[in-house]
Design a protein around this ligand. Structure first.
Ligand code: ZN
Length: 205
């Protein structure tokens, strides 16, 4: 019968420890990629671009407290509270959300319009909505919707610069574009851009 501790005593004190046989490579800390040495983490260009885009989107989202839809709804309310019908002078009212293309209507006459809010000062080109309803109007020989543009719109503070009303927007100023494959929610969807707006007659509200 062995005495307690005999196994430990049998091991030579000078025996080399079984590790390390080779130097353990220093692994990059994956939780802290941005501070890692360039030589320790390799990302493909595509991965790097994707990581950077996610980071940028997150930075934007962190500072944006309301959605684009909410901001657009507030812009419509802003227009209604400050702009009268350019045709008869009566009050504008908001149309139901399901109404295609148009956002506001006059409570008295036939005037209806689409409202666009833009964060920049006035410029010639702005992004529009889905192309399909507009294409339907064009094919049917209808007029394009009058356009109300809120410049320098801030949806959070509900403040803006000027409001311009374009009573007539010729089809030649409305161009279709396809959202790129990299678009987060609506890749491949056909949208419109409004071009050369500054060349069109407009009221300033
Ligand atoms: Zn009116």
């Amino acid at each position: 019968m062995r005495k307690a501790g005999s196994l430990i005593e049998a091991r030579p004190r000078t025996a080399p420890r079984p590790w390390p046989l080779v130097a353990t490579p220093k692994l990059p800390r994956m939780t802290n990629i941005s501070r890692a040495e360039p030589s320790s983490v390799y990302l493909s260009v595509e991965a790097w671009v994707a990581v950077r885009k996610i980071r940028q989107d997150w930075m934007v989202a962190r500072h944006k407290r309301i959605s684009n839809t909410e901001s657009g709804g507030r812009a419509v309310a802003y227009v209604i509270s400050r702009i009268a019908c350019p045709y008869c002078g009566k009050t504008l009212v908001e149309l139901p959300a399901a109404t295609p293309v148009y956002d506001v209507a006059c409570e008295r006459c036939e005037f209806r319009a689409q409202v666009k809010s833009v964060e920049t000062p006035s410029r010639g080109r702005i992004r529009g909505a889905s192309a399909r309803p507009l294409a339907g109007l064009r094919l049917a020989g209808k007029l394009s919707p009058p356009l109300v543009v809120v410049w320098k719109w801030d949806g959070e503070t509900r403040t803006a610069g000027e409001v311009w009303i374009f009573p007539l927007v010729p089809w030649s100023h409305i161009r279709e574009r396809v959202l790129p494959d990299t678009h987060a929610t609506m890749a491949g969807r056909l949208m419109v851009d409004y071009h050369d707006l500054s060349a069109l007659p407009h009221f300033v509200g």
